[in-house]
Design a protein around this ligand. Structure first.
Ligand code: COA
Length: 163
């Protein structure tokens, strides 16, 4: 498929990145000429990993995708998109319970910047139940999350969370 000559931004907290996110990133990167994965500082979620750590896990896991750039932001998402001259927001939709939050998020962003659209990709079925919170919970109690997050994330989660 011919890639669209548009810049897309995939924003999130990525605390930490999972294969569910990587699935969305891989598919979006095959549609758009450039995809910026934008890591939100998002202190209200009280992330386990610092912004530098989250960015470095993303870089480590995505360096095979040559049209993907990793960046961070700490402002209104729409202002960040304008700054990097992006056209589209990418969001993943896992299950129906994501819909209400995503609907409000997309609607507010559309109100703030009518020229920017949000495009949803359905998360692949095998990752549809994963969340960063669930992964952290399993590791905290010694469970196995291989197959759901990259190896570098597992090592660092164990260091941070294992008691
Ligand atoms: N696979 C696996 N997990 C997924 C996923 C997928 N495809 N898609 C989402 N998730 C999970 C995430 O891991 C995360 O899990 P968690 O809550 O356990 O941490 C959860 O779904 C939602 O996370 P995400 O999609 O990353 O969004 P977020 O809520 O962490 O981030 C921002 C939201 C940062 C994009 C948003 O708050 C933002 O833009 N902030 C900037 C300020 C702003 O503009 N606010 C909005 C005004 S309308």
């Amino acid at each position: 498929m011919e890639k669209r000559d548009k810049i897309a931004v995939y924003p999130g907290t990525f605390d930490p990145i999972t294969y569910g996110h990587i699935d969305i990133i891989t598919r979006a990167s095959s549609i758009f000429s450039k995809l910026i994965v934008a890591v939100a500082k998002n202190s209200h979620k009280d992330p386990v990993f610092t912004i530098e750590e989250r960015v470095s896990f993303l870089k480590n896991s995505l360096d095979h995708l040559d049209n993907v750039v990793i960046d961070s932001f700490d402002e209104l998402l729409i202002n960040y998109l304008k700054k990097v001259k992006a056209d589209v927001i990418i969001r993943g939709m896992r299950v129906v319970t994501d819909f209400d939050y995503e609907f409000a998020f997309a609607a507010m962003n559309k109100k703030l910047a009518p020229e920017i659209d949000t495009i949803f990709l359905m998360t692949s079925e095998k990752y549809s139940f994963i969340s960063s919170t669930l992964v952290k919970e399993v590791v905290r109690f010694g469970g196995d999350v291989s197959g759901y997050v990259p190896e570098i994330v597992i090592e660092n989660l164990r260091k941070k969370l294992n008691r």
